[in-house]
Design a protein around this ligand. Sequence first.
Ligand code: PDD
Length: 282
Amino acid sequence: MMRFAYVNGRFCAHPDAAIHVEDRGFQFADAVYEVWSVRDGRLMDADGHFQRLSRSLAELRIPEPRSRPALERIIRELLRRNRVSNGLVYLQISRGQARRDHAFPKQAITPTIVLTCKRLDFAAADRRAETGIGVITVPDQRWARCDIKTVNLLPNVLAKQAAYEAGAAEAWQVDADGYVTEGSSTNAWIVTKAGKLLTRQADNGILHGITRARILDCAQRLGLEIEERAFTPAEALDAREAFLTSATSFVTPVVSIDGKTVANGAPGSLARALRETYLAEA
Ligand code: PDD
């Protein structure tokens, strides 16, 4: 089946979709992105992702190239053309194309906008949630503004690759003080032996996950005790449960860390309850 992308105002065949060699996203990672899951044809947590997109652009002083209604129209058409009703939408906006120079171009340039989508097998994700996954820990090598969703993802790429090479599914990054920041593309959580739900505070050291915010909301309504604070890998290994969250994996139990099992090595009941609550409302 023919795939389509959207680049700077045009839908085009996916193999022909291209940007200029002097695009600042390509040369400097001077670009932001967003990822929405699509379930039964609908964008999940649409508001949160659009709001975070606006914030990321504002933080980098990149003008918004399209209004939200315009973006939503483009996304609907992209999903229709690609016949995707369960999957994800990827949106990237760079500062634009200019003669290579580190500082912003003196003259205003038009941001580059790219959208793609693909199908995802949510049944496979459900099966992963039933068995749980393993994570490894790696040093967090990223910059000081991980709250901005930029395409500056090389440390995340290397962390994920290290996880795969170790036979794990995700890498939990650990800061210089020995605390877990987040996964390479997910937020990290534990449930302590006393039953308290912990996830790192939404500071500049992590991406403020939209799923994270929704899960905090679900947890509150389930009456769970919650604390937003950093935890160490040792605390995670001593926990009753561990799990991760993201737009495409929802809530996925973590059953081993660096090859050592968490609790009894089976997914925990709170992770399951949170996943079910989140998906029931999504
Ligand atoms: N990743 N932390 C990082 C570093 C991420 O890249 C992501 C998202 C998250 C979870 O955020 P959210 O719940 O808003 O998806 C946390 C996306 C899915 C990606 O890069 O594909």
